[in-house]
Write a protein that binds this ligand. Structure first.
Ligand SMILES: NC(=O)c1ccc[n+]([C@@H]2O[C@H](COP(=O)([O-])OP(=O)(O)OC[C@H]3O[C@@H](n4cnc5c(N)ncnc54)[C@H](OP(=O)(O)O)[C@@H]3O)[C@@H](O)[C@H]2O)c1
Length: 257
């Protein structure tokens, strides 16, 4: 309902990692709910396809292709959102990568890269966005992208870099929420369980691996990417006005088990 507690219409939102998977779905979800969205990732062709989809459905979208580990990307994204839509209400810090290897053979260059993309880049964009929100006196919100693997250890293949980065995102969410609450900026995290995307395709390929993954989910099925949209919109809406510093598990009950 327009103007209701769950209405996010008219907001301007940045979504990173919007070229595929969960980011692509969330960008479409925010646009479908009436937000202007700035979508970002590295692959320009994929971003163009997402933008076409959104615009074709009547949504407002702007494309900014960047590598989030480029320090200049944060300023560019915030500036584009403000010039395109005249405001900045929210940021979905979704871009992420993962590696899989035994920790005793950890490739430290790859480890550093995972932490840089999954943690440092989120911090950089959150900081630049918060500065813009504080200067505007407008308040706002942020959604950091955590994971079930930010709350507990992995299973199967070794994911030391990934769990380290996502565990840090869990604590960063709390600290940023504490620091920016006086400015009216709410900071929460989404912690998905298993949603089939490009990122985890190899993890479940091979005999019995998908079944083993599903067996760990009390609801007995993978999440559908669309199932992220409702919780994300809720956390962006006035209905969540008193919700900050939390990490919402979206995992069919995995974290409860
Ligand atoms: N799928 C799951 O079950 C699951 C569970 C828990 C958490 N998550 C989290 O959800 C987020 C999205 O993952 P996904 O599953 O949707 O995977 P995905 O389909 O592989 O999407 C990852 C996105 O991040 C972007 N990205 C990666 N590195 C980047 C960089 N250096 N600069 C800019 N963009 C970059 C990719 O775009 P480009 O390649 O075009 O740059 C892509 O749009 C990640 O943070 C992930 O950790 C996913």
């Amino acid at each position: 309902m327009r103007g209701g507690r769950f209405d996010v219409g008219g907001q301007a939102v940045i979504v990173t990692g919007a070229s595929s998977g969960l980011g692509r779905i969330m960008a479409g979800g925010f646009a479908g709910a009436g937000c202007g969205v700035v979508i970002s990732a590295r692959r320009e062709d994929e971003l163009a396809a997402v933008a076409d989809e959104i615009a074709g459905a009547g949504g407002h979208v702007a494309v900014e292709a960047h590598d989030v580990s480029d320090p200049a990307s944060a300023e560019a994204l915030v500036a584009r959102c403000r010039t395109e839509f005249g405001r900045l209400d929210g940021v979905v810090l979704n871009a992420g990568i993962a590696t899989a290897m035994p920790a005793e053979d950890e490739d430290m260059d790859a480890f550093v890269r995972v932490v840089d993309v999954n943690l440092n880049a989120q911090m950089r964009l959150a900081s630049v966005a918060a500065r813009a929100m504080i200067d505007a006196g407008s308040g706002g919100w942020m959604l950091l992208m955590s994971s079930i693997l930010g709350k507990r250890a992995g299973t199967g293949a070794g994911v030391a870099a990934y769990v380290a980065s996502k565990g840090a995102v869990e604590m960063l969410t709390r600290e940023l929420a504490r620091q920016w609450a006086p400015h009216g900026i709410r900071v929460n995290a989404l912690a998905p369980g298993y949603f089939p995307t490009a990122m985890n395709a190899t993890m479940v390929s091979g005999p019995g691996r998908l079944e083993a993954m599903i067996a760990k989910i009390p609801m007995g099925r993978a999440g559908q990417p669309e199932e992220l949209v409702g919780p994300a919109l809720f956390l962006a809406s006035p209905a969540a006005a008193y919700v900050t510093g939390t990490s919402l598990a979206l995992d069919g009950g995995m974290d409860a088990w």
